[in-house]
Design a protein around this ligand. Structure first.
Ligand code: Q9C
Ligand code: ZN
Length: 353
């Protein structure tokens, strides 16, 4: 059997020059266009990957399925508006819109559009860290990425057993009205929202980092079960969210499950967490599954602290495949460029049978 791989070349348009680390140190941006190229090349070399482009059309209203309208407006127009104020620009790299001011926690309330925009700082309202700058092509790339997730969800809705959305930029840190963690539009949440027209859906996030944006989008929802297995937030990003006592609210109470694991978690321990997640999914009995997959759990990932190996990804995928539910797989993180291609292939391979 073939596995549909949904890929749009808009990923190339988003290529920030640098990121900012604690202490003010800057490094090259880890979430690079190269990641998508590497994944695509590795998949092209298999016999079972069927590479397809997303459905025709721009689908500019697509992000509104899970995001606030003013937020989507800002991701679309914020960069242009900022540039039009002729801000002083540093030399040596293309204009990059990072804010340096953020609303204090209890003062985050809606301002009228212009009041936020005619300043270099408006984006501080809509982003929660310094890893998701806006550049010229960010919106097009984020929209293209969301279209890949939409197309994968539609394919599964119309009968495919599995589909992989090669999303870039990633999405799982983006909430209803904020970007962060290299993420702008929450591709995973968009896929889950589309699939939920037919019945209950489970999202399982196996990126190294907590899927805080997806948790946020479905916090009060009992029709979309959200589960995330990730590094303990006391140790790693996103630091302030992802604890086990976050179980959902209102009607969604009991429909969010966080499984934080310590640094140096290996395949054996990871599988114990995975089996807990699988039990919860079976109890929920969703008609479809969305897997937010990150390969930053890999031993040697440059920004992470888990010890999974390539074979572990095949074993994890076997167990997910054995759930025997229609499945959308959405690409999130993974920054070890030399191993990224073979890890993606190792993970998707069980879905080809
Ligand atoms: N540069 C995903 O894997 N690191 N996002 C913060 C400051 C942010 C990871 C350190 C890591 C975000 C999709
Ligand atoms: Zn990650």
């Amino acid at each position: 059997m073939t596995v549909p791989i949904i890929h749009a070349d808009t990923y190339k348009l988003h290529n920030p020059a640098f990121e900012i680390w604690p202490g003010g140190r800057t490094t090259p941006y880890f979430e690079t266009p190269q990641r998508a190229e590497i994944i695509l090349d590795a998949l092209r070399a298999t016999s079972w990957a069927k590479i397809v482009t997303p459905e025709e059309g721009r689908y500019e209203s697509l992000p509104l399925l899970v995001h606030d309208g003013d937020y989507v407006w800002f991701i679309r127009n914020g960069f242009k508006e900022w540039l039009s104020t002729n801000p002083p620009l540093p030399e040596g790299y293309p204009p990059t819109y990072y804010p340096s001011s953020f609303p204090p926690p209890r003062a985050r309330r809606k301002l009228k559009g212009e009041a936020r925009l005619n300043t270099a700082e408006g984006y501080g309202y809509y982003t929660f860290d310094l890893t998701a700058p806006l550049i010229e092509g960010t919106y097009e790339a984020a929209l293209g990425s969301a279209r890949c997730a939409m197309t994968a969800a539609n394919m599964v809705l119309y009968g495919d057993q599995a589909a992989y959305a090669l999303c870039r930029p990633p999405g799982h840190h983006a909430g209803r009205d904020y970007s962060g963690g290299y993420c702008y539009f929450n591709n995973t949440a968009i896929a889950a929202k589309i699939l939920s027209v037919r019945g209950p859906v489970a999202v399982l996030d196996i990126d190294y980092h907590h899927g805080n944006g997806t948790q946020d989008v479905f916090w009060e929802d009992d029709r979309v079960l959200t589960i995330s297995i990730h590094c303990d937030p006391r140790v790693d990003y996103p630091y302030f969210v992802g604890f086990a006592d976050e179980i959902g609210g209102g009607a969604g109470e009991g429909y969010n499950l966080n499984i934080p694991l310590p640094p140096r978690t290996n395949g054996e321990w990871y599988r114990k967490a995975l089996d807990l997640a699988l039990d919860r999914i079976n109890l929920f009995d969703p008609w479809a599954l969305v897997i937010a997959v990150g390969f930053d759990t890999f031993d040697g990932d440059p920004i992470s602290k888990f010890d999974l190996n390539t074979g572990d990804y095949t074993e994890i995928a076997r167990r997910l495949h054995a759930l025997n539910r229609p499945t959308v797989i959405v690409q999130e993180g993974g920054y070890h460029l030399e191993a990224l291609g073979k890890n993606v292939v190792a993970f998707l391979e069980p879905f080809s049978s």
